[in-house]
Design a protein around this ligand. Structure first.
Ligand code: NAG
Length: 525
């Protein structure tokens, strides 16, 4: 039985732990001094009500404790209390993480928001971009991270040295870089100077670069060699796969055991297509919804699909058919040969257009959007997107301005981009683009206020036909909340700017909160 005293002691200990934070709480009067006194600081600008900030808090705390030993302090700034300090640092959403090397040299923290990732990222930041390696340190360095690179070149090879430094400086967030001019170490590594060996904790363990030292070639090598033959798609790796410039093959499965088994079975296929197609498993129990983006049916696992990330085309493997090295191998071969047709997801073509806004589906996209005679404004929306719902009545009103007397020149249209494959890379919802008559290959993305007046002005100013609806006699009501008269006094303008900035922060947070899984991370950044 725990005594009252023990419970009290326990509570006391818990309270003591809770207050002994290793994260420094900075304010306007302490911030500058702090970043001046510490060579390297990671600072989090946050708001107490922000969900992502709350999720980050324990991870951040754990990282702060680990990094304290390495003299890398972590700080936080409450933007609801330190509004000036936050706006001074251009904070537009929460949380914002920035790396300070003194007050002047600031860079965004671009790593994942997990304790281990923060620790490894900040440790890398604290090292020189290229660590000097000798025979005593080389073995330890090879395993210091999942992926490390060692440059082997002669002491007088200035060009190799400079090129390598350049690549290291640019990619220091991604890999650890070391270098040695010890010829005997190069010999032990089985290379001739100059060369680079990438050591990794997976697959074949290492890869060698022996071409002429060229920054771009080295970067490509590092990217290819550091990608596991069969990796894993998740929030931390997704962006990397999307920007890799080659197609991604997904292996959907619900259990770690099955994922491992399939990864093993498909490894030879991945090996055969190395550098041409990336292969990765994806946890279908956590990210199953992402399958809809690949035109796969959610729930029928395991499943396989290839995504051409550059053309945004999807090639789902027939669901229900057994996934074997043979069946998938043939599918991949056919894909490479160009004989697999991309799958196009489309809602049915509407029998008749009901409202003023023209409804587009994938099968009518080309016919309506690419009509060379018309300026076509297209809203790409998602049914669940709150900003899109808010825009809907205004967008209807906008469309109505053109249906009577300008329908031969201007079309205002919308497409549910979650139910229809569109050729455009959509980064967030809603995205509004104007496809101008005669200039269809060069659409303009709208970034102004979401009011009828601003949108109509955009169509008039940017459209090929310069259609002006204000001359139609139907005088528009001024219901623009953000537009200020041209001659607004300076103070009002500043107030307006602050209001807009506050709204931007709110939107950024709301958008982020909308994101439920990696699929949305892609659809709504
Ligand atoms: C590269 O150049 C720097 C600066 O001159 C030098 O300190 C370093 O030792 C060189 N690296 C190698 C591996 O020779």
């Amino acid at each position: 039985m725990p005594s009252i005293r023990n419970i009290a002691l326990g509570l006391f200990a818990a309270a003591a732990v809770a207050t002994a934070s290793d994260v420094h709480d900075l304010k306007k009067d302490t911030f500058d001094k702090f970043v001046k006194e510490n060579d390297l600081v990671l600072a989090e600008f946050f708001a107490p009500w922000c969900g992502h900030c709350k999720a980050l808090a324990p991870e951040y705390e754990e990282a702060a404790t680990a990094l304290k030993e390495k003299n890398i302090p972590l700080a936080k700034i409450d933007c609801t209390e330190e509004a000036d300090l936050c706006s001074e640092h251009g904070v537009e959403g929460y949380p914002t993480l920035k790396i300070f090397r003194g007050p002047e040299q600031v860079s965004p923290y671009a790593g994942p928001r997990k304790a281990q990732s923060i620790i490894s990222y900040m440790t890398k930041q604290s090292l020189p971009a290229v660590s000097p390696i000798d025979k005593d340190t080389i073995e330890e360095f090879k395993t210091a991270d999942k992926v490390v690179l060692i440059g082997y070149f002669a002491a007088d090879d200035k060009k190799a040295n400079e090129t390598y430094e350049e690549v290291a400086n640019k990619n220091r967030d991604n890999y650890l870089f070391g270098a040695t001019n010890d010829a005997s170490l190069a010999k032990e590594a089985g290379v001739e100077q100059p060369a680079i060996v990438l050591y990794k904790s997976f697959d074949e363990g290492k890869d060698t670069f022996t071409e002429a030292f060229d920054a771009e070639a080295i970067e490509t090598f590092a990217k290819t060699a550091s990608t596991p033959l069969v990796g894993e798609v998740g929030p931390e790796t997704y962006a990397g796969y999307m920007s890799a410039g080659i197609p991604l093959a997904y292996i959907f499965s619900e259990t770690p055991e099955e994922r491992e088994a399939l990864a093993k079975e498909f490894k030879p296929i991945a090996e055969k297509n190395k550098g041409k197609i990336n292969f990765a498993t994806i946890d279908a129990s956590a990210f199953g919804q992402h399958a809809t983006n690949l035109n796969l049916e959610v729930g029928k696992w395991p499943a396989f699909a290839i995504q051409d990330t550059a053309k945004n085309q999807k090639f789902p493997f027939k669901q229900g058919e057994k996934l074997t090295a043979k069946s998938v191998g043939k599918f991949v071969d056919d894909f490479v040969a160009g004989t697999v047709e991309p799958s196009i997801k489309s809602e049915p073509i509407p029998e008749k257009q009901e409202g003023p806004v023209t409804v587009i589906v994938a099968h009518t996209y080309k016919e309506i959007v690419m009509d060379e005679d018309k300026d076509v404004l297209v809203e790409f929306y998602a049914p669940w997107c709150g900003h899109c719902k808010a825009l809907a009545p205004k967008y209807d009103e906008l469309a109505a301005l053109y249906t009577k007397s300008h329908s031969d020149k201007v079309v205002v249209a919308k497409v549910d981009a979650t139910a229809n494959d569109v050729p455009d890379e959509i980064q967030g919802f809603p995205t509004i683009k104007l496809f101008r008559a005669g200039k269809k290959s060069d659409p303009i993305t709208y970034s102004g206020g979401r009011t009828v007046e601003d949108l109509a002005a955009f169509i008039k100013d940017e459209g090929t036909h310069k259609v002006d609806t204000s001359a139609d006699g139907e005088k528009l009501e001024m219901r623009d909340e953000t537009g200020m008269p041209e001659q607004a006094p300076a103070a009002t303008k500043v107030a307006e700017k602050v209001k807009n900035a506050a709204e931007k922060v709110k939107e950024a947070v709301m958008d982020a909160d909308d994101a439920e899984d990696i699929a949305d991370g892609h659809d709504e950044l």
